[in-house]
Design a binder for this molecule. Structure first.
Ligand SMILES: [Zn+2]
Ligand SMILES: [Zn+2]
Length: 116
């Protein structure tokens, strides 16, 4: 099991998103991977379409600072009614694009699956 980087939900498999995390850029100059679940991937897709500016200081996925950030509405599970709450996360443009790449890759994989 692995925990989603955005909502913290543990899943057997997560969707890998390639990010350019400034903290590990020297070790991983071509980017590193963050695992998020499908729900959060969809939230990031929505965020990419809506492009609502966030006043947060730091990207919640890669940790980059001082770049334009956009609001992603993430459903975080809680243990009482209504069992989730909506949390605004801040995602940078580069991570939003990385999420789109992941979505495209997953769709391509699904297509592959149909042909076999
Ligand atoms: Zn999540
Ligand atoms: Zn980012």
């Amino acid at each position: 099991m692995a925990d989603c980087e955005l909502c913290g939900v543990a899943r057997p498999t997560l969707c890998p998103v390639k990010v350019n995390a400034p903290s590990v850029l020297s070790a991983y100059p071509t980017g590193t991977w963050r695992g998020i679940n499908e729900e959060c991937l969809n939230s990031c897709h929505e965020a990419n379409l809506n492009r609502i500016p966030s006043n947060s200081k730091k990207c919640d996925l890669c940790g980059i600072k001082n770049v334009p950030l956009f609001v992603a509405k993430i459903q975080v599970p809680i243990f009482q009614e209504p069992y989730h709450r909506e949390v605004n996360k801040a995602i940078c443009e580069s991570c939003l694009e990385a999420c789109e790449e992941t979505i495209k890759r997953r769709e391509a994989e699904k297509e592959e699956g149909h042909h076999h």
